[in-house]
Design a protein around this ligand. Sequence first.
Ligand code: HEC
Length: 116
Amino acid sequence: MKKLFIIGSAALSVFICANCGSSKKAASDAPKLSYEANVQTAITENCSPCHIPSKGGNKRPYDNYANVKSDIDEIIRRINLNPGERGFMPMRKQTKLSDSTIAVFTKWKADGLLEK
Ligand code: HEC
């Protein structure tokens, strides 16, 4: 009887540890965002044509990793302003970017500003 109890609690603790291990793993397994996989599309969709030279934009080019990376704080600041506020981006739009699009920029920064 005592033996059974020991086996039982050993199995239980293995089960608990396996579970806590896998939840930690899930968090660190969440894919990190990268410029090429995530940010580039968000910019092409929302910041054209003004910041995309190939589309005729003559504002600061955000069609390349280096500029977006070096300006990320200013980009995050401006897309979090409200329409009509001085500096709001995307300029002339009546609405802010969606929360999920804003999150692409903030998570990309949190993930370490990876290029790919
Ligand atoms: C309709 C044109 C237009 C669109 C679309 C637009 N911008 Fe801009 N952007 C401008 C203009 C004009 C300026 C320069 C005036 C200023 O600084 O407010 C500017 C300036 C900026 C600056 C400051 C750059 C610097 O030289 O310091 C940032 C950062 C910026 N935009 C980010 C964005 C982002 C991010 C998007 C897309 C989500 C976006 N913009 C969409 C027109 C636009």
